[in-house]
Design a protein around this ligand. Structure first.
Ligand code: SF4
Length: 505
């Protein structure tokens, strides 16, 4: 079943209901636990990480010198069933849920990636993040004839993960182990990454030197677990041990957990993990995500108060901030919209009727709660603004007297090149008013979405709520300051360079 390809009767284009929210990129999960059902543990771990990527899922299981990968496009529950999981037997496993920010959404790009080294060692690799020196690594892989020269697109995988897997496997020889190969390659990989790798015997996990994406280590009775978020440790009954440090690689086998550093640089944790990406029940680098979001809501209410009858969230990601806003303002909290948790990404063919139904299939206002009321509607972020525009229209149709929108992050003005897919600078609604002034941006967006008032949390309040020093965070999508630099050969990055150069001139 190595690298098995499964086919499912899915249309080529999924009907996506929420296309203007930020899209997360990938969750990784690894378990080393001889005697346990590592495939099922991975399956449950991936369930907990499903919010980080819904386009594909895969599990690689290792049994000493043999590695087997099963993967496909779709949700975790669509990719795996009982017979498949039964067939995946081993001592170590890595798993992945994918949203594609590098490479298209094809089977080839679903992870884990499988490669065999020149000396016959099988490896599987899973990655969360985005590399900024992808072009350089790709050129090296092409020169070594590890990937097709025509690149990759249309011929095998086009993702940065495929390139790293190829380079890593190529470095393994009779004299050089996978650990040696990783020691050689990791310092040359630039960007945001959490890698999970196995050769069928040992579980390796590495986090980039800036620690952009989260990665945590947990303990099972009979083994160890590493996962993008602590919610995945909880679901498999693992106790949290510690975060994997930025620039750290751990190797886990029967002799225990061995740690080494491959690089040291200033930290740049993604502040957006606290606002939107991570699950609220996760703890990232010592800070509970839910507590950060509630605190952002409290701060939002202090700096942007409004007279209203009730505070309601855009479910689910706006909920903790709405609770904080309600607590601090004294305005009652109510659920004024119901979310259909089962819509998510569906595989219904798009049609005009369905497109028009769009948001209503996912969110439905509760007329009895909102009719005649002045509402404070709290959401996590505004990217293109399409959802908020429809939402406000829907609330007014349901009888809302006033709609005051409060956003638990500052205006998103710049694209992310470190693993979250927003949009190009021109698609971001914050840039449509052609101004840098946040108040003017808020007013321009307010008129576009049709709210009675609109306010964003100031960046310093968002950062304070993460309880991390400002210098240890990436906030590039709000500030345009990219702590890891911009990738080469990326049209959006070239556009950012031109805009920033123009502003300096
Ligand atoms: S640019 Fe934004 S989303 Fe991307 S890593 Fe930085 S803070 Fe996170």
């Amino acid at each position: 079943m190595r690298g098995v390809r499964t086919e499912s009767p899915k249309p080529s284009q999924d009907f996506e209901f929420n296309s203007d929210t930020p899209r997360d990129e990938c969750g990784v999960f690894g378990v080393w636990a001889p005697g346990e059902d590592v495939a099922k543990l991975s399956y449950f771990g991936l369930f907990a990480l499903q919010h980080r990527g819904q386009e594909g899922a895969g599990i690689a299981v290792g049994d000493h010198d043999k590695v087997v990968v099963f993967k496909d496009t779709g949700l975790v529950s669509q990719v795996f069933d009982e017979p498949v999981l039964e067939a995946l037997q081993g001592e170590v496993a890595i798993g992945h849920t994918r949203y594609s920010t590098a490479g298209g959404n094809s089977w080839e790009n679903v992870q884990p990636m499988f490669r065999t080294s020149p000396n016959g060692t099988d490896i599987a690799l899973a990655h969360n993040g985005n590399l900024v020196n992808y072009m350089e690594l790709q050129a090296e892989a092409i020169e070594k004839k590890l990937i097709p020269a025509a690149g990759v697109k249309g011929q095998g995988s086009s993702s940065d993960t495929a390139v790293v897997s190829a380079l890593l496997a190529d470095l393994i020889t009779d004299d050089r182990t996978l650990a040696d190969a990783a020691r050689e390659l990791l310092p040359r990989v630039k960007g945001a990454f959490c890698f999970m790798v196995t050769d069928g015997h040992t579980l390796y996990a590495a986090r980039d030197p800036h620690g952009v994406r989260p990665l945590s280590l947990g303990r099972l009775d009979g083994g160890w677990v590493v996962a993008s978020e602590t919610c995945a440790l909880d679901i498999v009954g693992a106790s949290f041990v510690r975060d994997i440090e930025p620039g750290e690689m751990v190797a886990i086998d029967e002799t225990g957990v061995h740690s080494e550093r491959f690089a040291e640089t200033p930290k740049a944790h993604c502040v957006f993990e606290y606002v939107y990406v991570a699950r609220p029940d996760s703890v990232i680098d010592g800070q509970t995500v839910n507590a950060s979001r509630i605190e952002i809501g409290r701060r939002l209410s202090k700096v942007n108060p409004v007279e209203a009858d009730l505070v309601m969230p855009v479910p689910e990601s706006g909920t903790p901030a709405a609770i904080g806003y309600a607590e601090a303002s004294g305005i009652p909290f109510k659920q004024g919209m119901m979310k259909n948790a089962y819509v998510g990404r569906t595989f219904i063919q798009p049609s005009d009727t369905l497109r028009q139904l769009g948001l209503r299939l996912k969110l439905n206002p509760v007329r009895e709660v909102i009719e005649g009321k002045k509402l404070v509607v709290v959401d996590d972020s505004i990217v293109r603004g399409n959802t908020q525009r429809k939402l406000i229209r829907m609330l007014r149709e349901a009888g809302a007297a006033e709609v005051h929108v409060r956003i638990a992050s500052p205006p998103v003005k710049w694209p992310c090149f470190y693993g979250i897919d927003f949009a190009s600078p021109g698609e971001l609604i914050a840039n449509h008013g052609h101004t840098d002034n946040d108040e003017a941006i808020a007013e321009s967006i307010r008129t576009m979405i049709g709210a009675d008032s609109l306010a964003f949390v100031p960046i310093d309040d968002m950062i304070a709520a993460s309880h991390k020093p400002k210098d240890n965070l990436c906030a590039a999508c709000f500030t345009g300051h990219y702590p890891l630099g911009l990738p080469e050969g990326n049209p959006n990055a070239d556009l950012v360079r031109r805009i920033q150069k123009g502003a300096e001139a």
